[in-house]
Design a protein around this ligand. Structure first.
Ligand code: TXA
Ligand code: MG
Length: 344
């Protein structure tokens, strides 16, 4: 199959919507990362997503809608806290967990009795949902285990020959996947951090909890509230280590390990801030320290670049956990299998 990369003109979005309605797969831009979409009410179409990605069958998909009313037939209950958060943060990078109705096929929910739903703010994504005439189930459009795609070129790298169409809406604004929240009870629980930050949720809801696995690995056989937590996502081939501490100590230790890796014939690279002086060593920029949103939008491209450059070791500067920084550190932590060196 030839994969077409199409600009999101009216005609092309209409065409892509028809493909979805016919049970085919389309990759499309959202404000977070590119999604790989299929008709969420068509179990056979949804299983094609798992095949194209090589995704484990026990990891459920997020359902995307173009307006809040569309969720009514998909759920059996509208918890009050979920309604409050929807009113505040939709459209946008927030997924809410609902008790699912029988209209959601098992392929989407992977055997759970809940479904994650979100209304994206990206206008191309919403237009595609409207034109396809159905809710769209979509995971990130990467091959399973690779960093999520934040450009159409990333999607093409992973999906060329596996899907008919990629809609190219340019680079994604946020660059990390949506915040996944269980708001079925009075205190919302963040299962995966993202663009809607704990601070924003606390402000809207009065309180917020973080799942214990956000900054810690999941032990073999341990039960988790969100199946995606179990998998070592975002992993570059390079061994990846994160360094935390004062900039002076972090820079000195990263330089020391970089040079040691080179001395034994390895190929190191640094994921660091561009105002830090690494003396001409290879740095993939995370922007500047007080703009974690820049680190968010650059991280996945940088992790892919490590593979392109065939790096053997990635030395990463930790980002502050404030705001979207928590989401950056969650993704970076998982890429590094939570190998974090504290230099204080
Ligand atoms: O920003 C995003 O959320 C992107 C774009 C395309 O919308 N999508 C995305 O999907 O990141 P995916 O499949 O890569 O990640 C979905 C995450 C997984 O960690 C999954 O385990 C969790 O959401 N999830 C989905 N349904 C769930 C449910 N019913 N209960 C708990 N976790 C759920
Ligand atoms: Mg994903």
């Amino acid at each position: 199959m030839d994969t077409q990369v199409l600009k999101p003109t009216d005609d092309n979005i209409e065409y892509a919507g028809c493909l979805i309605a016919k049970g085919q797969l389309v990759a499309f831009p959202t404000e977070t990362v590119y999604g790989l979409g299929a008709d969420a009410l068509n179990g056979a179409a949804v299983s094609e997503i798992f095949r194209a990605k090589g995704r484990p069958g026990d990891n459920p998909l997020i359902v995307h809608v173009s307006a809040p009313e569309e969720i009514e037939p998909l759920v059996t209950e509208m918890p009050a806290m979920a309604q409050k958060l929807m009113a505040r943060f939709w459209p946008g990078p927030m997924t809410l967990i609902f008790p699912k109705s029988e209209r959601i096929p098992d392929e989407v929910s992977a055997g759970l009795d809940t479904v994650g739903i979100r209304m994206p703010s990206n206008p191309v994504a919403r237009d595609l949902i409207r034109r396809s005439g159905c809710p769209i189930a979509a995971p990130s459009a990467n091959r399973s285990g690779r960093p999520s795609p934040t450009t159409a070129a990333h999607v093409y790298e992973d999906m060329n020959g596996r899907i008919p169409v990629i809609l190219d809406g340019g680079p994604c604004e946020v660059g990390l996947e949506s915040t996944v929240i269980d708001a079925r009870f009075s205190v919302p629980v963040i299962l995966r951090p993202g663009g809607i930050t704990p601070e924003m949720i606390r402000e809207a809801a009065g309180d917020v909890r973080l799942d214990e696995h956000i900054m810690a690995p999941v032990a073999e056989g341990e039960r988790v509230r969100s199946p995606g937590m179990k998998y070592r996502h975002y992993a570059p081939k390079a061994r990846t280590i994160i360094f935390e501490g004062t900039p002076e100590k972090v820079i000195a230790e990263i330089c020391r390990r970089y040079d040691a890796e080179q001395a034994v014939g390895g190929s190191p690279a640094i994921l660091g801030f561009e105002n830090h002086d690494y003396g001409g060593r290879r740095v993939l920029s995370l922007g500047v320290p007080d703009h974690p949103d820049e680190a968010a939008s650059r991280l996945f491209a940088a992790l892919r670049e490590l593979d392109t450059e065939k790096r053997t070791l990635a030395l990463c500067e930790a980002v502050s956990l404030d705001g979207i920084g928590l989401a950056v550190m969650n993704r970076m932590g998982r890429a590094a299998a939570f190998d974090i060196v504290c230099l204080e």
